[in-house]
Design a protein around this ligand. Structure first.
Ligand code: HEM
Ligand code: HEM
Ligand code: SF4
Ligand code: SF4
Length: 402
C-alpha cells in the first residue's frame, strides 16, 4: 500500500532517541487501512488540537458486558477505516507466559480481524488488541474462545486480575500468585464478564512486598505475599557485603522503617517484633537475609488513580491470611466487600472511596473483620472501637469504678 496521508507532525515524534509508536503504526499502516486511517486522524487531531474520538458507546459480544471498549470516530466519512475502532481486552495468562506459537496466533488474528495494532500489556494487565469493527467482534470472541482464550474485564466489572510472575521465576515469592490469580478468575467469571458493580474493581496479586506489579497503588484489592516469623541472618554473608564495600549502617540500618536493625562488631541484629516486613534489608542483602517461618498474604483495600478523589494507596485490612487453595477465606471476604459496596456505592464510586465516605468501622463490621493496629491509617481519626448495644448493657465502665 502506498502512503495514504502526509503526517509531518507525527513524523517529528520519530526523531528522538526512543522507539516511536508512530514508526510502529506506520508499519501496520503499510498493510492495513484501519491503521492507515488511524494515522490520518491522529495527524489531523494534532493539527486541530481536537480529539476526534466520540466517547464510548455500547458495543459488546453476546453474553459479555465487559471485554470490549467501544470507540467511534467523529470523522467517519473522512477516515472510514476508524469509523469503528473498538478495543478488545483479552485475558492474559497469569505471569504473562506465552509460547511463540501463541503470540503468532494473536498477531495473525489481529492482522485478519483488526488494525494489527496491539498493546502488550494494557495498564489493567490484559493483552490489548486495538481497533476493530463491530461486525468482527463475534468472530474474534469465537476464535479466541476455541483457542482457549477469554475476553478480559472492562466497565463496572471485576477487571482481569493480574499478578507478578511469583514462584514461577522468583525466589522471593511467598504465595503462589499464579494460582491465586487463576482461581479468582475462574471463581468470579460472572463478575468479570457482566458489569454489575458501582465501578471497576481490580485485584493484583504479588508474591512479596517488593510489589513488582505495583499492586499497592493500582488495585482495589491488593494481595501481597508476606511471612510471619523472623528474618534469618547469615552473619558470614553480612561480613562479605561489608568487605565488598557496603555501608551497612547507612544502607541497611538507617533505612529500616521499623528502626529494628542494629549492627556492630558482633554482626547484624534484627528485632523481629518491630519489623514492618518491607523487604528493604532483604533486597539489599539477598545473600545474607531471608524471610523465615509461616508464609501467607497481607490483604489491602482501596488504591486507585485520581478520579472522584485523588490517588490513594491501599490500606491493610487483614495483616495475615493463609493462602491455601481454593482460597475460600479470600473469596468469602471478597463477596462481603462487594455486597456492601453494591448496596451503598454511588455510581462511579470505587470501594476505597466508599470506605472513606462511610468509614472503615462500618466496612470492618460488614466484613466481619477484627480491628487491629495494622489497620489504623490515621491514628487520631480512626479509632475502630466497636461498642454494641449488648456491650453497653454489660456496663463495661463499671470495671473502672473502684
Ligand atoms: C485525551 C484523550 C485520552 C485520555 C486523557 C485518555 C486517558 C486514559 C487513561 C488515563 C487510561 C488508563 C486507565 C487505567 O487503566 O487506569 C486510558 C486507557 C485506555 N484508553 Fe484512553 N485516553 C484518551 C484517549 C483515548 C482514545 C482516543 C482511545 C481509543 C481510540 C483510548 C482508548 C483507551 C483504552 C482502550 C484504554 C485501556 C487500555 C488498557 O487496558 O491499558 N483512549 N486512557
Ligand atoms: C522489583 C520490581 C520489578 C522488577 C524486578 C521489574 C523488572 C522489569 C524488567 C526486567 C523489565 C524489562 C523487560 C524487558 O527487558 O523488556 C521491566 C520492564 C517494565 N517494567 Fe518493571 N519491574 C519491576 C517493577 C515494575 C513496576 C512497579 C512497574 C510499574 C509501576 C513496572 C513497569 C514496567 C514497564 C512499563 C516495563 C516496560 C518498559 C518497556 O516497555 O520498555 N515495573 N521490568
Ligand atoms: S513482587 Fe516479589 S515475588 Fe513477585 S516478582 Fe517481585 S520480587 Fe518476586
Ligand atoms: S524488612 Fe524492612 S522493617 Fe523489616 S527489618 Fe528489613 S528493613 Fe526493617
Amino acid at each position: 500500500m502506498t502512503k495514504k496521508y502526509e503526517t509531518p507532525l507525527l513524523d517529528e515524534l520519530e526523531k528522538g532517541p526512543f522507539p516511536s509508536f508512530v514508526t510502529e503504526i506506520k508499519k501496520a499502516a503499510a498493510k492495513n487501512s484501519m491503521a492507515a486511517d488511524e494515522l490520518g486522524q491522529l495527524e489531523k487531531s494534532f493539527r486541530d488540537k481536537v480529539t476526534y474520538w466520540k466517547h464510548g458507546g455500547i458495543v459488546g459480544v453476546r453474553g459479555y458486558g465487559g471485554g470490549v471498549i467501544g470507540r467511534y470516530s467523529q470523522l467517519a466519512d473522512e477516515f472510514p477505516g476508524v469509523a469503528h475502532f473498538h478495543t478488545v481486552r483479552v485475558n492474559q495468562p497469569s505471569g504473562l507466559f506465552y509460547t511463540s506459537e501463541t503470540i503468532r496466533f494473536i498477531c495473525d488474528l489481529w492482522d485478519k480481524y483488526g488494525s494489527g495494532l496491539t498493546n502488550f500489556h494494557g495498564s489493567t494487565g490484559d493483552m490489548v488488541l486495538l481497533g476493530t469493527v463491530t461486525e468482527n467482534l463475534e468472530p474474534i470472541a469465537t476464535v479466541l474462545s476455541i483457542n482457549g482464550f477469554d475476553l478480559g474485564g472492562s466497565g463496572s466489572a471485576m477487571r482481569t486480575p493480574s499478578c507478578c510472575l511469583g514462584p514461577a521465576r522468583c525466589e522471593w515469592s511467598m504465595i503462589d500468585t499464579l494460582d491465586i490469580t487463576y482461581e479468582l478468575t475462574q471463581e468470579f467469571q460472572d463478575e468479570l464478564h457482566r458489569p454489575q458493580f458501582p465501578y471497576k474493581f481490580k485485584f493484583k496479586i504479588v508474591g512479596c512486598p517488593v510489589d513488582c506489579n505495583a499492586s499497592i497503588a493500582r488495585a482495589d484489592c491488593s494481595v501481597i505475599g508476606t511471612w510471619r516469623g523472623t528474618i534469618e541472618i547469615d552473619q558470614d554473608a553480612v561480613k562479605d557485603y561489608a568487605k565488598k564495600g557496603m555501608n551497612i549502617q547507612e544502607e541497611i540500618v538507617n533505612m529500616c522503617p521499623g528502626q529494628c536493625i542494629s549492627y556492630n562488631e558482633n554482626g547484624l541484629k534484627i528485632n523481629n517484633s518491630d519489623c514492618l516486613r518491607c523487604m528493604h534489608c532483604i533486597t539489599r542483602m539477598p545473600h545474607a537475609l531471608r524471610p523465615n517461618g509461616e508464609k501467607g498474604a497481607t490483604i489491602l483495600i482501596g488504591s486507585k488513580a485520581p478520579f472522584v478523589i485523588g490517588a490513594t494507596l491501599s490500606w491493610v485490612i487483614v495483616p495475615f491470611m493463609k493462602m491455601e487453595p481454593p482460597y475460600d477465606e479470600l473469596k468469602d471476604l471478597t463477596r462481603k466487600m462487594w455486597d456492601w459496596w453494591n448496596e451503598y456505592g454511588k455510581n462511579r464510586e470505587r470501594i476505597g472511596e466508599l470506605i472513606i465516605r462511610r468509614g472503615m468501622r462500618e466496612f470492618l463490621e460488614v466484613c466481619g473483620l477484627e480491628p487491629t493496629p495494622e489497620i489504623v491509617k490515621e491514628p487520631r481519626r480512626d479509632p475502630f472501637w466497636f461498642w454494641t448495644e449488648e456491650d453497653l448493657s454489660k456496663k463495661p465502665w463499671e470495671t473502672y469504678i473502684k
